[in-house]
Design a protein. Sequence first.
Length: 263
Amino acid sequence: MTAPAGDLPGDPHPVAVLTVVSVADATPSVRRVVLSGSPDAVAAAGPTVNLLVPRVGDTAPRWPAVARDGRIVWPSGAHGVSLRSYTARRQDPAHGEVEIDFVLHGDGPAAAWAAAAAPGALLAVAGSGPLGDRPAGTLLLAGDETALPAISRILAAADPAARGLALVEVAGPREEQPLAAPEGVAVRWLHRGGTPPGGSTLLADAVAALDRPDGEDLFAWVAAESAAVRAVRADLRGRWGLSRAQHHAIGYWRRGRAMAPAG
């Protein structure tokens, strides 16, 4: 959200800037970037975080500022900084580190930045939010590779006694990642093969094939391409009869547009 300078409620404050420490390929299409910053900056970088992504090679980005009400105040003129929403895979404020996975098969500014990222590169943070999950005895998690960081965090924080299923769509076996889950939560990988991201119905078909678990202590969390999420959400609200409090479904990206988050 942009705020005109004359409408600002008080002086805006600078954004938190993070510095790349290391870069590694978690899978052939996912680049894992570890960034360092102050404990406050790292704590503010998630779980869902608004990243300010500079142009590739820009060593002195013209960062925006943030108003007291959270609105972003962009500098006048060209600045080359893009706003994208991601999920931090890991945060460690005590050690000043945050870890973010970027899916590289998109063609947007974040994918381009991550493909070229090297130690010393800069990234900034302008606000964050929750994942939208809720503790429950039975969990259904469904997403594609962009949702893997969030699914990883939800599983890690789940009650050890929780039961359920995590459905994750990826291109193939090489794109699978280790996921620590409660013993009663199964992880099922769905391989779309040569079908382009966003072009399959694997996720919606897998949910449609499930029977609704018994009881009301149930929560479903879904994130993927927008059309896939709409199909799954309709099933969960209709056939499963889930209330708004029992599910969170969000389109992380839209086919035909630059991919935004990786989780």
